[in-house]
Design a protein around this ligand. Sequence first.
Ligand code: KIV
Ligand code: ZN
Length: 390
Amino acid sequence: MPPTDPNRVVIFDTTLRDGEQSPGCSMNPGEKMELALALADLGVDVIEAGFPIASPGDFESVRAIAQKVQGPVICGLARCNPADIDRAGEAVKDAARGRIHVFLATSAIHREFKLKMTREQIVARAVDGVKRARDLCADIEFSPEDAARTELDFLTEVVEKAIEAGATTLNIPDTVGYATPQHYASVIRHLKQTVRGVDNVVLSVHCHDDLGLAVANSLSALMEGARQVECTINGIGERAGNTALEEVVMALKTRQDFYGLTTGVNTRLLYPLSRKLSHVTGMAVQRNKAIVGQNAFAHEAGIHQDGMLKERSTYEIMRPEDVGIARTELVLGKHSGRHALKQRVTDLGYHLTDEQLNRLFDEFKKLADKKKEVYDADIEALAENQLQFD
Ligand code: KIV
Ligand code: ZN
């Protein structure tokens, strides 16, 4: 059933499934459990815990998470065949709320080269798969893989049949990150306008970041009535990754004025969870990554630092504490100005005269020209010099 609040977006986290498909990011069952518990604390609505047929370890992970983790729906992925579906059903059966996520490719490229199946065969297999899953579980998600490259008339037909067969969430994957915001929005709009029964299911989006557009595509789909976003912490996932959970959640929160949509995520836990995932997988977060990167709340330019010291909203659209980062950082470097330097010197416990400060500022600029960043220890040394000078 769609959520009762029409403005509530379902956050479907697939860090433990699609995210784990990131080269170098595979996790053991203990690590998956640790992350699943943290995702539940974060307030996601659905955790896709794994692909149970993929390995005995993944089956056990999904089963253990289904048995232990309270709050979110626990989902297992399955290709559209009886063995996969039964295995996924077995893995999630002990969850308070379990889901089987069945997928089958629909695009001409996949039909012809990968599956070697006709349109009719695809429809029949999708219907059989959804019905079989529905016999095992009340909550069924269906994904026409490579939907963004599927002919619209055929996509419409397949998803309509999947709904008739019992799917409760209909997910539209941009499997290869081919879509652009306008294109993806037009697909979602078309499905919303033409598919019978679409208003009785949750319409979901699943975007990959091959063109760097996963978050933008997801937001464009929400504008057209999609109400579930599939995403991962730090945007990890196949190739260039998936929609970054922290980015889409903070976009909705920061631009509530525009979207009018909410999520159940406790945003103050975003940064700690980003760190935890990075620690578990060994995959570093790029320094300039939105929301959780080291530079996300760091300012170096003198004009920006001066503005920040006067009123932080001049150069900050979000508060670092709202994503779990302790404070804004004013990084001292060659672009920094007198105002930020004076503030740092005072914070470090030095009370210098205007003349001392002027001399220190000259020394600081000379040093900054030679270094990427000037640290507190450098400032302390410069300040001590000034005190000795007099
Ligand atoms: O990208 C994709 O198509 C997927 C499906 C399994 C939903 O990950
Ligand atoms: Zn995917």
